[in-house]
Design a protein around this ligand. Sequence first.
Ligand SMILES: Nc1nc2c(ncn2[C@@H]2O[C@H](COP(=O)(O)OP(=O)(O)O)[C@@H](O)[C@H]2O)c(=O)[nH]1
Ligand SMILES: [Mg+2]
Ligand SMILES: [Zn+2]
Length: 308
Amino acid sequence: MAESDSFQGVITKGVGGIYTVWFRDCGEYKYAQCAARGILRHTGIKPAIGDRVSIMPSGDPDVEYVITEIGERLSFIERPPVANLSIMLLTFSVTEPAPDLTLLDKMLLVCSLRNIRPVIIFTKSDLNRDDSEMLCSVYTKAGYYVLVSSPQKPLTKSDLKDIIGDGIAAFAGPSGVGKSTLCNSLLGFDLMETGEVSAKIKRGRHTTRHVELHEFFDGFICDTPGFTSLSLEDQGVDYRDVLSGFPEITAIATGCRFDDCSHRKEDGCVVRKALEEGIIDQGRYERYTGFYTELYDNRNNYKHRRKL
Ligand SMILES: Nc1nc2c(ncn2[C@@H]2O[C@H](COP(=O)(O)OP(=O)(O)O)[C@@H](O)[C@H]2O)c(=O)[nH]1
Ligand SMILES: [Mg+2]
Ligand SMILES: [Zn+2]
């Protein structure tokens, strides 16, 4: 096969071993149906949406193209599998369901360790203005980019255009918070239509089955199913990494006079002083110490088990 038959593209969808690849041919954007025949055997890597791939005509009339190469991944998340994610749109409702800030802070930590930029979106601000303002203030002060959404003032495409740029962004967060509502409205999809399709297979309205990348200006966005828990240990997080999920604590901790301070109970710790002065949010601090202690204890249990 000639070199010129090869194209570079991005996997936007994968169902039953057939991958949809978005690519440019003579300045025109196209989608190709591709098989991944052989690629798994050569690399051991299962293609995922977001993967940058090389494709070639397959000569098979059923599936016109074949993926011949998978580019190196800049990031990877497992559940759901998405490669080269550059932005996580961490979506939490201010109420119904109540925001699980432990989950949010875990996700912020995982984002920082995986080089994924987090953007926080608080939805349903129409249902509790005060909590919405409080949450917005806590996370803005912590150094994060925060957006607020309600049916009266929904997010617009221009709110996200520059943030996403030519990257890949995924909505993530618990179910029922409004991820699909947001994603569909940004893409201009008909919400009723989604509901009807889902109703037929007896699932909830807007239930997200396949994760799929959708073109969004120069980049892509995707909706994901909700999840309710995340284990930092399973994510391979070390207790020494916990601080990187707390930029506002890190900023103060650099001035701590103890080299090996965990900023938990040490007398004279500058972080504890900042907490007493109300410079650091109490809840954020408690989640920092909670994650640290949990991971530190797990490490010791592990070491202990290994010795036995
Ligand atoms: N009051 C209010 N309801 C919302 C808002 N956003 C979404 N909803 C509703 O919350 C429910 C769950 O939304 P959905 O998009 O399916 O959540 P997902 O599970 O995160 O995808 C739906 O009934 C939406 O109409 C909002 O900003 N305010
Ligand atoms: Mg959904
Ligand atoms: Zn300290």
